[in-house]
Design a binder for this molecule. Structure first.
Ligand SMILES: CCN(CC)Cc1ccc(CNC(=O)c2csc3nc[nH]c(=O)c23)cc1
Length: 248
C-alpha cells in the first residue's frame, strides 16, 4: 500500500507517516508514503505554480505543467498504475465505503489543490477520480488527503490489533450502522457524576441491551437517516423497533 501526495506543503504529511497508529504501521513497513512538490518541477526563476484564471474571477489557478511533471515522477517511482485522485470540493463524497474500496488496492496518488483549483486540462488528462471530504470549505486538499490516508491504513491487516477498541470500526463501532453508545472509564464517580449502574453490574446481557438502546436513541436523535438505512438492511430487531417506538 503506497500513497503519493502531490502537494505544495509536503511537511503536512508527517502527521500520518510519523504519528499514532498510522505512524507505527508506516514504521513497520505496512505502507509507504512519498510527497512530490510541484514547485520542484517549475522551470522559471520564481518557481511559479499558479497563475490568474482565464475569463477573470477571484483567486489563482494551479498550472498544469508542474503538476504533470510531478505526477510523471511519482508514477515512474511507483512503477504501477494507481488511481490518480484529485481532492476537490466538487468530488464524490468520501465515506467508509470508499475507504474500503481504496484499502483493496495498491494505494493512490493524491493530488492536493490549493488556490481556487487546478487547470482543467491536467484534470481531464490525468485524474481518474475526484473526492471531497464533505460540504464545507477547506484551504486545500492536504487535510482531506490526511483523513483519507488515515481511514484507509486502519483497514489494513496488522494495523489495528484487537486490543485497539477501534477494531470494531465499521464507522459505527459494534452497533454497526448506528452511532456509538457512550463510553465511561475510571474513576467510578467523577465530580459527583457516577457511571451508569448497568455498566457496573457485570451483567453482560443487560450491558449489551443498554448499549444497543443508547445507540438507537442517539442515532434516532442525531442521524435518523441511519436508522432507516439499518431498517432497510434488516438490521433492526423486534426489540430495537419496540424501543424506537417508545421514543416517538
Ligand atoms: C468558489 C467556491 N469554492 C468551492 C467551495 C472555492 C474553493 C474553496 C476551497 C478550495 C480548496 N478545497 C479543497 O481543495 C478541498 C479538497 S477536498 C475538499 N473537501 C471538502 N472541502 C474542500 O474545500 C476540499 C477550492 C475551491
Amino acid at each position: 500500500m503506497r500513497f503519493d501526495a502531490l502537494t505544495l506543503f509536503p511537511d503536512m504529511f508527517d502527521v500520518v507517516s510519523e504519528a499514532g497508529v498510522t505512524g507505527r504501521a508506516h514504521k513497520q513497513g505496512i505502507w509507504q508514503m512519498r510527497t512530490w512538490n510541484p514547485r520542484d518541477y517549475t522551470t522559471d526563476v520564481h518557481r511559479t505554480v499558479d497563475d490568474r484564471p482565464y475569463g477573470g474571477g477571484p483567486g489563482m489557478v494551479m498550472l498544469a505543467d508542474p503538476l504533470n511533471d510531478a505526477l510523471d515522477q511519482a508514477l515512474a517511482d511507483r512503477g504501477d498504475s494507481p488511481e490518480v485522485i484529485l481532492l476537490s470540493p466538487t468530488g464524490r463524497r468520501f465515506d467508509q465505503a470508499v475507504a474500503q474500496e481504496l484499502a483493496q488496492g495498491p494505494g493512490a496518488v493524491l493530488v492536493c489543490g490549493r488556490y481556487e483549483g487546478i487547470d482543467q486540462r491536467f484534470i481531464d488528462a490525468r485524474v481518474t477520480q475526484e473526492l471531497s471530504l464533505g460540504d464545507f470549505v477547506l484551504s486545500g486538499g492536504e487535510i482531506a488527503s490526511l483523513a483519507i490516508i488515515d481511514s484507509v491504513i486502519r483497514l489494513l491487516p496488522g494495523v489495528l490489533n484487537d486490543a485497539d477498541s477501534a477494531r470494531q470500526d465499521s464507522f459505527h463501532a459494534d452497533n454497526s450502522g448506528l452511532l456509538d453508545s457512550p463510553h465511561y472509564t475510571r474513576p467510578e464517580v467523577y465530580r459527583d457524576q457516577a457511571v451508569p449502574d448497568v455498566l457496573m453490574s457485570g451483567h453482560h446481557g443487560r450491558i449489551q441491551a443498554w448499549r444497543r438502546e443508547q445507540s438507537l436513541r442517539l442515532t434516532a436523535l442525531r442521524r435518523p437517516e441511519l436508522i432507516e438505512q439499518a431498517r432497510q438492511r434488516g438490521e433492526l430487531s423486534k426489540a430495537d423497533e419496540r424501543f424506537l417506538a417508545s421514543l416517538a
